[in-house]
Design a protein around this ligand. Structure first.
Ligand SMILES: [Zn+2]
Length: 231
C-alpha cells in the first residue's frame, strides 16, 4: 500500500482521535472493541483508509486470530505499576482471558517467592480494533514506513495478542525494563528474564520471537501462553 500525502493527513487525524478515545475512556474498552464499533468514531474518509489497512495481507503465512466472541471471559488488571526515575507509573488496564490470567498470576507469585522480584503486564489481550489503532500509531512513529512498522507490529488479527485462547503477553520488570527496543539488552541480563527462561515453560508460557526469527524483531519481552504447562 502506497502511503501518500493525503493518507498521512488522515492517519494523523486518526491518531489524535485514538488518543482522545484512550484518555477519555475510563473502562479501557478499546481492548475489546471490535472493528465494527471502532469505525463508528471515524468519518467516511477515515473509515475508507482504515479498511484499506484491514485488507493488507501478511507476506508470511501467519495465522489469523481476529476472533471476538460474546462468551469470552476476561480478567481486568487495573493495577499494573512500575517505578522509573523515582516516579510511580500506572499502566492502562490490561485484559487477560481468564485461563491465561490464572497461569500468569501463578507464575508471577512463584517468581516473587523465589527471587523476590516481580514482573508487570505491559500488554495482554488486544482486539483487532485495538491492534489496528496501535498499528496506525506505530506507523506514525516510524514516519509512515510501513515495512519497518510491520516488523514490529502485526496486522490486525495476525498478532498473538489477538488470540483469545493462546494469548501473548508483553512483560516488563518493576523498573519498567524494557520500555523500548534499545533496552532489550538490559532486559536480557535481569534476574527476572533469566528466571523466565528457566521457569516460564512450567506455567505454559513460551518465547515466540527468539533471535533471528523470520517474522519480527527479537522480542524477549513477548511470551505466548500455549497452556501445556502445569496449569
Ligand atoms: Zn507482544
Amino acid at each position: 500500500m502506497q502511503i501518500n500525502k493525503e493518507i498521512k493527513i488522515v492517519l494523523l487525524n486518526i491518531d489524535k482521535k485514538f488518543k482522545f478515545l484512550q484518555t477519555s475512556s475510563k473502562k479501557n474498552f478499546l481492548v475489546i472493541l471490535p472493528i465494527k464499533k471502532i469505525l463508528y468514531y471515524f468519518n467516511k474518509k477515515e473509515k475508507e483508509i482504515l479498511r484499506k489497512f484491514l485488507k493488507l495481507k501478511p507476506k508470511n503465512k501467519l495465522t489469523y486470530f481476529g476472533d471476538v466472541r460474546k462468551n469470552f471471559k476476561f480478567v481486568v488488571l487495573k493495577n499494573e505499576i512500575y517505578y522509573r526515575d523515582g516516579k510511580k507509573i500506572k499502566l492502562y488496564s490490561q485484559y487477560l482471558p481468564f485461563h491465561v490470567y490464572k497461569a500468569f498470576n501463578s507464575m508471577r507469585k512463584t517468581m516473587q517467592k523465589e527471587i523476590k522480584k516481580t514482573i508487570v503486564l505491559e500488554s495482554g489481550y488486544r482486539s483487532i480494533g485495538y491492534q489496528l489503532l496501535i498499528l496506525i500509531q506505530e506507523l506514525i512513529n516510524n514516519k509512515f514506513n510501513l515495512e519497518k512498522t510491520l516488523k514490529k507490529i502485526a496486522l490486525p488479527g495476525f498478532s498473538e495478542h489477538n488470540d483469545y485462547f493462546k494469548t501473548a503477553i508483553d512483560i516488563i520488570t518493576q523498573n519498567g525494563i524494557p520500555l523500548n527496543e534499545k533496552e532489550s539488552k538490559i532486559f536480557l541480563k535481569t534476574d527476572e528474564y533469566l528466571w523466565l527462561v528457566k521457569n516460564a515453560n512450567k506455567f505454559g508460557f513460551y518465547q515466540s520471537f527468539p533471535k533471528n526469527n523470520k517474522y519480527y524483531i527479537f522480542e524477549p519481552w513477548h511470551w505466548r501462553y500455549l497452556g501445556n504447562g502445569n496449569n
